[in-house]
Design a protein around this ligand. Sequence first.
Ligand SMILES: [Zn+2]
Length: 224
Amino acid sequence: MFGQSVPVNRPLERGKRNYNRREAEERFAHVFEPVAGDRCIYCGMPSEGKVDHQPPVYVLHRFANGGLVTKRDIQRQFGQCKLVPCCTICNMGLGAYHGADDNERRREIVGWFLEDDRFPDDKFVLHMGDRLIEQRAEGKRGTEIYAFPGVGRSIYIHTLVGFIEGDFDHFDGFPGWLRLVQLELAEWLRVEPGRKAQYFLDMARLESYKLLPHARSDPRGQFE
Ligand SMILES: [Zn+2]
């Protein structure tokens, strides 16, 4: 009745199996089909070989619930599982969030970057981001503007919201100014290793990703 599924760590009781990301990725690797492309399917940034699991491996781990599942069980529940090109920043924004479709996932990502009502100054940060981008477009400033996280937030908000609202459905449809600043941001992020992950934290105003267990293991109460 379990088809071709493989037994896993029998001593652990059903439902008590701890989540080990690496183990789970290995266990479920065979159900994911890679999707070709070199741009993040959520925001259009160069993906640079990085991918996102749809659905997240953690979701399959929860679905298996410490027991046995077949590929067919998984596909019946989630449809075709895909490995999609995805930038580091969108990947961190998603954590283990599943969502119904790509636009719902974009809403989840952009939620990290939108204005934070708890801090009145935050409106000013986003306003400054927009201003710096304008000045860059007018040639009054150089690529140093990308060091300011308000600039990155503004770019991510424009691309993600543009996709969500149907202003474009592909990188090729971006307005010229957005295409240019996104490419420059991608170059700026590529200069130092680890800069992308740090930039996500800066844009989301976080000290550390490790402080967000809800994002990685039980994202936004999806399983409650
Ligand atoms: Zn992205």
